[in-house]
Design a protein around this ligand. Structure first.
Ligand SMILES: *Cc1c(COP(=O)(O)O)cnc(C)c1O
Length: 356
């Protein structure tokens, strides 16, 4: 820290991203990336002419992607916002809708960035504990006094709320923004995008990072009432209007055109997830009911940190959290069928070495 840093950032607790090791090849099941490459059209879209076009600024309005997404989700172009990863959108939402005045309300166990963005933007926040079974009690968010932020499915539990429960939250918060982060919705959840037509307080955030195999390209999108989108654009045009680069735009356009490819990969991940969950339960693990591309699991024999370290020494990375209430859980991203077979094999070895 230099002596120049603004005092208000001195105690900021930053987000800790999952490991992105550069030292060796791991089976990487720690940051919920897709194990599959982008679709063929994406690979063709990043070509020499497009690389030569990098000398030009990109379209700040992202017209082509907006039109394609609007068509895909049956909304208007004016209902779509795009930004450099959905983290960027979440930050912008905190800037636009909280910043010192409005409280942000989110679960105690959820995506770590919500608290970071609240702190960064000096927003008061209230963290609501999950139920005993790690699910969200939607009633805790009805008649909230501030902006509601919920990941659905939640991370790192993978557990979902139903559309009826979300509707109830929207209905009882007509004067509050309700931000639903659907980063994992394509893995079996139900999107609440159609509800934007009825609720002008709903802000749905999604990303190309997980189900669309583009974590490295950085693209997130939001769908909401036109006025909310204008608010987000206002923040974007006050920071960096060109926050999506040309190559990412080309890749995303091709990806939307090949939506079926991604939905097919998602359903493969879903069946691998179910198989992996079944095998882990057979081995005596507690496995939360996930509708995402990861499983939140606890060994009944080995503590969470040891389990993580044992797997790492065997070339498999999973995500361990140090938060007290979940320290014996680990989050395991669903890889390919083959990767998960290796994972289960190694888990069996670890248990065997301990005489279990
Ligand atoms: C991965 C993730 C994001 C961030 O996605 P990017 O688009 O890569 O910034 C947002 N919310 C949740 C819940 C996530 O797990």
């Amino acid at each position: 820290m230099s002596k120049f840093l603004n005092k208000k950032y001195e105690n900021l607790e930053v987000y800790t991203p999952g490991e992105q090791p550069q030292d060796m090849q791991y089976i990487k099941l720690n940051t919920n990336e897709s194990p599959y490459p982008p679709s063929p059209g994406v690979i063709k879209a990043i070509n020499r002419p497009e690389i030569e076009n990098l000398r030009l600024y990109p379209d700040p309005e992202c017209n082509v992607i907006k039109e394609k997404l609007a068509k895909l989700y049956d909304v208007k172009k004016e209902n779509v916002y795009l930004s450099n990863g959905s983290d960027d959108i979440l930050n912008f939402a905190f800037i636009a809708f909280t910043s010192g005045e409005t409280t942000a309300i989110f679960p105690e166990i959820t995506y770590g960035f919500y608290q970071v963005f609240a702190d960064l933007n000096s927003a008061p926040y209230k963290k609501i504990p999950l139920k005993e079974d790690f699910s969200i009690n939607y009633k805790d968010y009805c008649n909230a006094e501030g902006m509601v932020v919920i990941a659905n499915p939640n991370a790192p539990t993978g557990i979902s709320l139903s559309i009826d429960e979300i509707t109830e939250i929207l209905e009882t918060n007509r004067d509050n923004i309700v931000l639903i982060d659907e980063a994992y919705v394509d893995f079996g959840g139900e999107s609440c995008i159609p509800l934007i037509k009825k609720y002008d307080n709903l802000l749905v955030v999604q990303t190309f990072s997980k189900s669309r195999s583009m974590a490295g390209a950085r693209l997130g999108f939001a769908i909401a009432n036109e006025d909310i989108i204008k608010d987000l654009e206002r923040i974007k045009y006050s920071t960096n209007p060109y926050n999506i680069n040309r190559l990412t735009m080309k890749a995303a356009e091709a990806a939307i055109d090949e939506n079926d490819y991604y939905m097919q990969k998602c359903s493969e991940i879903v069946s691998t997830r179910e198989k992996t969950a079944f095998e882990l339960k057979t081995l005596g693990f507690t496995v939360l009911p996930s509708l995402s591309n990861f499983l939140f699991v606890k060994s009944n024999e080995i503590d969470g940190e040891t389990f993580y370290k044992e797997l790492k020494s065997r070339g498999i990375l999973i995500r361990h959290f140090t938060t007290e209430t979940i320290k014996d859980f680990n989050r395991v991203t669903i890889g390919t069928k083959e990767q998960m077979e290796v994972f289960i094999k190694e888990v069996k070895e670890i248990l065997k070495e301990r005489g279990k």
